[in-house]
Design a protein. Sequence first.
Length: 530
Amino acid sequence: MNSRKISTEYSVSPQLQPAEIALAAQQGFRAIICNRPDDEELGQPSAATMRDAAEGAGIDFAYVPVTTREVSADDARKMADALAGLPGPVLAYCGSGARAEAMWNAAQALRAPSASKETKTHDVVIVGGGSAGIATAASLLKRRAGLDIALIEPADVHYYQAGWTLVGAGVFEPQSTCRPMSQVMPEGVQWIKTAAAGFAPAENRVILADGSDISYRVLIVASGIRLAWEAIPGLSETLGRNGVTSNYRFDLAPYTNRLTAELKSGRAIFTQPPMPIKCAGAPQKAMYLSCDRWLKAGTLKNIAVEFDNAGAVLFGVAAYVPALMSYIERYNIQLNFETKLVKVDGEARVASFERKGANGPEIVERAFDILHAVPPQVAPGCVRNSPLAAASGFAAVDEATLQNPTYPNVFALGDACAASNAKTAAAARQQAPVVAVNVLAQLAGKPLQAAYTGYGSCPLTVERGRIVLAEFGYGGKLMPTFPTWLLDGTKPTRAAWFLKDRLLPPIYWQGMLKGREWLAGPKPLASVKS
């Protein structure tokens, strides 16, 4: 049973089978909710069958079907009523778990603020303790010490995710990429250690996973992006074994290192899902560093390497493609564009892909010895199912000011933001000062002053010791930090490797997360809007 906890009282799962109900009861669940309509899929057990299994296991059952993650107000009320009448903890399921999560978020958003107790209103509430949230809190306090900030984040550990590529290559130790959340939380910030479940921006409220509310004068959404592992059938069950790995998870990057170190022959497949994803170059980085290791070990000639990319191009900014293609040719990598991973059979070591065929989409199967899989990525449910969401599901913003177009006291940045920039830590480092300046202006009732230009950076590790340093803004405009005589980002350089390997980690831990804005000062809005 592959369940995922949303709160202490609520978990979600892909389609359950009747035999799994007893297991759910053994794990402490006291109620099951089916959010999947009958007959969606051939062989799917009916709600009546599942109800019988639940009764046999001595737990409650409710059938609240919904056909889409875009939950209507009526469906949300039905879900809220079901939750109110069931004992917890509750396990809800649908096809993948996504609708069950959306129904929870929608039901929580219906909650009215408690009339029995007064809810404290903070000057600023930040949702998310990742790179963007911590950096923005630090930048705010740098400008106004003592500002009343509450930060909502359930995790105990903060990760430097940009380092996981090098963990997967054996360059960094895993422990160097994480620290206790308490160590990076800026002094003076009130840490609310739970998750956000929904937003009521018309009432200036955030609904928390424990059912309580928190109010704000200004809200900053920095809740990140959700890796939808469950969207690829079979992937979650085989991660970390059978040669299936991903540098997109802290616990799996060391497995990538082990697999590539041990492989002497066979087929290695690297995948990239449809956009948007965090760090669009990361799927390639894992591949290049693996190939470099095999080339130096003399085994690359015995390994067939494939890059299966759901997109139509190798990299979205054309200026960097020639340098990358030279490495594609050096490593003899087979490029398969518009080819999307759709299923994994870990025991058989077979990956299924959907690709364009002469008569429409077709499924092809490929055996593998190593599969580096990158999952589809979506906006967190608390954002996607809220009034703050753009059509993409991410938090809507003005691309320059990062202010919500409907609710002026709401801002968003980082991976949760719907702006068209690349989702990278470098983007968040530039966005945080912009949001800090504009939030203080909003609190003071003054016009917004700062602008974000879309800057993002992707250090493409094409071999150990050399990097193609892609730096660009909105529309793919090149935005190099350094003059070309010092560092030409369109070519692989040792200087860029030194930056990634030696300089960026301390810049992250001691600079960005401390509100030090080296080469990241906000630009005046007037200069960008004119």
